[in-house]
Design a protein around this ligand. Structure first.
Ligand SMILES: Cc1cc2nc3c(=O)[nH]c(=O)nc-3n(C[C@H](O)[C@H](O)[C@H](O)COP(=O)(O)O)c2cc1C
Length: 189
């Protein structure tokens, strides 16, 4: 069986949901999956023994959760030699213009430079606006930002922009790559 580790960082909870759905998709493909929240005691958690690792984090004011960056930096040497992917959960990906695309790419590049980990797959994932969970100031700020980007501004409800079918397709592709790498390594041994 293929063993996959998912490490995630979340501030408002949506990335946790993304990784839960991803884990279900991978388990349906006969992978065994461990999911770990980077906010917990993860400094001792090693990628060793896993066949593949997926890290997911959300963007808040141009950066990811520090705990995710710390973990990736600690294990960069090992991560760079195994099948890995990074999922960047954000809202900027919804804006289809050159300036925003550059911003998304710059946020990713800063993360890779800071951690020393260069995953072969880096995938932006559209996140959510959880107005009902924000305090009044965050709600007001988000309404203004999301409104400008053409997103939903009814603050009595939440908006989910994640493309779950696309996430399932990613799960299939990642599981296939990990299984292929495992088979090649098995052949070499
Ligand atoms: C205070 C705040 C700041 C944010 N800043 C950014 C940002 O700089 N760029 C972006 O693309 N999305 C930004 N977002 C959108 C989040 O990435 C999105 O809501 C995501 O789904 C949050 O995931 P989480 O619930 O796992 O924390 C921001 C959201 C909040 C609430």
């Amino acid at each position: 069986m293929t063993h996959i580790l998912i490490v995630y960082g979340t501030t408002d909870g949506h990335t946790a949901k993304v990784t839960q759905v991803l884990a279900e998709d991978l388990r349906a493909l006969r992978c065994s999956v461990d999911i770990v929240d980077s906010a917990g005691m993860i400094h001792r958690l090693s990628p060793e023994g896993y066949d593949g690792v997926i890290v997911a984090a959300s963007v808040h004011i141009g950066d990811y959760q520090r705990s995710v960056a710390r973990w990736a930096r600690t294990h960069a040497a090992m991560l760079n030699h195994m099948p890995t992917a990074f999922l960047s959960v954000c809202l900027a990906v919804l804006e289809q213009n050159a300036k925003t695309r550059r911003e998304v790419a710059n946020i990713l590049e800063r993360f890779f430079a800071r951690t020393g980990w260069r995953p072969p797959i880096a995938k932006p994932i559209a996140g959510a606006v959880r107005y009902t969970r924000y305090g009044w100031l965050k709600r007001l700020m988000m309404k203004r930002i999301v409104g400008k980007a053409g997103g939903g501004t009814d603050t009595t409800r939440d908006y989910e922009y994640t493309d779950w079918n696309d996430l399932r397709a990613f799960a299939g592709e990642f599981a296939r790559q990990v299984t292929t790498t495992e088979a090649i390594a098995g052949g070499v041994r």
